[in-house]
Design a protein around this ligand. Structure first.
Ligand code: GRG
Length: 295
């Protein structure tokens, strides 16, 4: 456990250092946008998706500098989605990561632009990767395609549309929404690690299977935390799903069945890594730690 905590902290710190470099503040006329981008990116996120990218890559190779720009890009896209999701025209949330949400701090106009700028920055740093002689251009393009697809209208944005504009009244549509809204980026985070690590077809499929189940488990846990979590640990008021009469795994199945489902999905995800042997251990531990997370 101690070893795993150190393993996580080391990667989280490295991701934060790289994010700082990529998002260096500029003291020019558009300083405000850098302030807003940095505010949201450094508001205390867990960095789960970039750690998944690194951990997936590490099944194949130890040099985590290679996937690092992608790991940071994934986190930037995730943060952009949270900034936009919190806007009054979407979920209208005043708090995020324990702090006033971006639009509460900087105003709606800046929050929209900060989200847009993070999305653009993400792809800028990926295109910059071709300057690294160790990078394989073909794999960078392939991974970049996965990331843009997962973030777009057939991925995360697609899920958000279902959330905002579809009547959600059964498990099937709920699952569809979450596979896209939350699952797609988690899935891409792992697949990117596999592509850059030059995984073969079987290995790539295992990472795909792992992250699909993990993404769903992650969302079920999110629903459980909204019912059972503590405001101060989660960083925003809990109980909002019930208040907003949202369809969730908890409202559909009840909390006990939702917990059972989350456990089953986590176990399923873990078992798809079995053929990696001990090389899959950190990813497995990561999945287990998400099952027990408090925020
Ligand atoms: C606006 C294009 C657009 C998309 C929004 C992902 C998303 C789509 C909205 C977020 C809504 C939400 C809270 C979903 C629950 C699952 C989730 C993504 C939780 C937040 O992720 P964590 O727990 O957050 O990894 P931190 O703050 O740790 O990074």
């Amino acid at each position: 456990m101690e070893e795993f905590n150190e393993w996580i902290s080391y990667r989280r710190n490295l991701i934060n250092k790289n994010l700082e470099l990529f998002l260096e503040k500029k003291n020019n006329h558009q300083k405000m946008i850098y302030d807003a981008m940095n505010y949201s990116v450094f508001a205390g996120g867990k960095r789960i998706r970039p750690i998944l990218t690194l951990a997936s890559y590490e099944i194949f190779d130890y040099n985590i500098n290679i996937p690092m720009p992608f790991a940071c890009a994934v986190e930037m896209i995730h943060t952009y989605s949270l900034i936009h999701d919190d806007l009054p025209s979407m979920d209208n949330d005043d708090f995020r990561r324990g702090k006033p949400s971006c639009h509460k701090k900087f105003g709606e106009d800046i929050a929209v632009l900060a989200g847009d700028a993070l999305l653009n920055k993400a792809f800028e740093i990926i295109f910059d990767m071709n300057t690294n002689p160790k990078s394989n251009l073909e794999n960078i393009f392939k991974a970049g395609k996965f990331l843009s697809f997962a973030s777009g209208s057939e991925g995360m944005i697609g899920g958000q549309i279902v959330d905002l504009h579809h009547k959600k009244n059964n498990l099937e549509i709920l699952k569809y929404m979450h596979i896209h809204k939350t699952g797609a980026l988690i899935n891409a985070s792992c697949k990117i690690g596999g592509i850059l690590g030059k995984a073969n077809n079987k290995e790539f499929s295992s990472l795909d299977e792992f992250s699909k189940n993990l993404g769903l488990a992650f969302q079920v846990k999110d629903d459980i935390l909204d019912t059972e979590g503590k405001n101060e640990e989660i960083g925003k008021p809990t109980g909002s799903d019930v208040e907003n009469k949202k369809l969730t795994y908890v409202s559909l199945l009840g909390v006990e069945k939702a917990k059972k489902l989350e456990k089953e999905l986590t176990e399923k995800s873990i078992s798809s890594l079995d053929h990696f042997g001990s090389r899959g251990n950190h990813l497995k531990k990561l999945a287990l730690s998400l099952l027990h997370r408090k925020n």
